[in-house]
Write a protein that binds this ligand. Structure first.
Ligand code: SF4
Ligand code: SF4
Length: 426
């Protein structure tokens, strides 16, 4: 028997990266080739995901990346300190499987996958990462901090209050953001200055305006762009260069505006319009959004932290002084958060009803990752409120595993058919 040369032996890390590439490639094929009429402007985003996840291209080879574990971490402040924020929330089943080896079986898929990714070091934008900012949001994220430290990462705990309506909660969070603003400069070696912060608030603001412009176009009937593409655009924001992402989104807006003028329909003639809510879809776990649109539904709006909540609310500054700006950044992140980690979350119900009405939707689909107790528990109050408003809602508990797909798609198809029947009767 001839021995395999050493350079040809695949290491565990290489195998993991290859499996990741195959998983990403499979989903990209579905997103790109499984639907007709993709906007030309989406090619930038499809190529970006392919480059990063299938070809191992590092998006920020010469910059200092700072990992963020949740949408609550203020990007503006990291940019102002010369860092590049990259979101560590991860959607790979390959990484979830790795995370399952050292995390409790009942943990949420997103946390298992994020820790699996950090352990494997195969993600091109997290390889070489040293610092992670972890907010004290859900229990699983809180406890993940210890595991990340054991893996050798430097973890900064950013304290978030459990109540967001009270003055005490607001002040607690403002203090936390002020402390972070001072600390981040020590990590990156660049102090956050008044000029620097003003500039990054404006740069992130321009990205948010581009997102708003795109999102507003989804109010149109017929719908000019599918929801799966919107998730690709917003998920790219997790790690893309801020200026490049903004330009690509602005170019996409121009194309979609032209589609609106032409009366272009990206969906079917009777596709029910869906609002998506709950545990966040993160690439490549677009299982449920793709299932909805393959079953002739169309996602016209969402209330998730991997998409709408990431970019919807802008920082509102009265005075461009350092402390005013830092407090304005803090307020923007706390007020707009509708994650069920807070004790009271009536804002989420208000937001869902508003999205349903303003985007002329037919129903809501609520995703909860198995093991995410907060989204699972909040399902009851949301379902009750939607029933009162006579808004049809489908609740789906799922994870990253491809095994339940058949059963899930039957439920999704039945719900979509019921929405079509309801519309016919009205
Ligand atoms: S689900 Fe909540 S805690 Fe988890 S990343 Fe999103 S906002 Fe943060
Ligand atoms: S889905 Fe639930 S458990 Fe998972 S990170 Fe978000 S809040 Fe935490």
């Amino acid at each position: 028997m001839t021995a395999v040369p050493e350079h040809e032996i695949e290491t565990g890390v290489q195998r993991h990266a290859r499996h990741q590439g195959m998983e990403a490639g499979g989903v990209l094929d579905q997103v790109e080739r499984g639907f007709a009429g993709n906007p030309a402007g989406m090619q930038y985003f499809y190529d970006l995901f392919r480059d990063v996840y299938c070809n191992g291209v590092k998006p920020h080879p010469d910059k200092q990346t700072i990992g963020t574990m949740c949408v609550q971490i203020p990007d503006e402040i990291i940019h102002a300190a010369g860092g590049v924020p990259v979101r560590m929330c991860n959607g790979f089943y390959t990484d979830e499987e790795l995370g399952s080896e050292f995390m409790p079986a009942k943990s949420c898929s997103l946390v298992k996958a994020s820790l699996g990714m950090l352990k494997s070091q195969t993600n091109p934008y997290s390889a070489g990462l040293k610092t992670i900012v972890n907010p004290t949001t859900c229990d699983q994220k809180k406890k993940a901090a210890g595991m990340m430290r054991e893996m050798g990462y430097q973890v900064y705990d950013m304290e978030l209050p459990p109540v967001k309506e009270s003055e005490e909660g607001r002040e607690y969070w403002r203090r936390s953001v002020r402390k972070f603003t001072q600390h981040i400069g020590k990590l990156t070696g660049k102090k956050v200055t008044r000029r620097g912060l003003k500039q990054t608030i404006q740069q992130v603001g321009r990205a948010q305006l581009a997102y708003h412009r795109l999102n507003e176009l989804r109010k149109h009937t017929p719908i000019p762009i599918l929801g799966k593409d919107i998730f690709m655009v917003t998920n790219a924001y997790f790690f893309d260069d801020l200026a490049r992402w903004t330009e690509a989104t602005e170019a996409l807006c121009e194309e979609i505006e032209a589609r609106v003028v032409q009366g272009y329909n990206a969906a079917g003639r009777r596709s029910p319009r869906i609002v998506f809510t709950g545990s966040p879809p993160v690439f490549p776990n677009l299982k449920l959004p793709l299932m909805i649109e393959q079953a002739d539904g169309v996602i016209v709006a969402d209330e998730t932290c991997s998409s709408n909540r990431l970019l919807n609310d802008m920082v509102s500054v009265d005075e461009w002084f350092m402390y005013d700006m830092v407090d304005a950044v803090a307020d923007r992140y706390l007020k707009s958060c509708t994650c069920p980690i807070f004790t009271m979350n009536n804002d989420r119900i208000r937001r869902l009803v508003e999205l349903y009405r303003t985007f002329n939707a037919d129903g809501i689909i609520y995703q909860a990752f198995a093991g995410c107790s907060v989204y699972e528990m909040e399902q009851r109050s949301v379902a009750k409120a939607m029933e009162k408003e006579e808004i049809p809602m489908l609740y789906i508990e799922t994870d990253y595993s491809p095994s339940q797909s058949g059963q899930l798609s039957t439920r999704v198809e039945a719900f979509i058919e019921s929405l079509k029947a309801r519309r016919r009767q009205s």
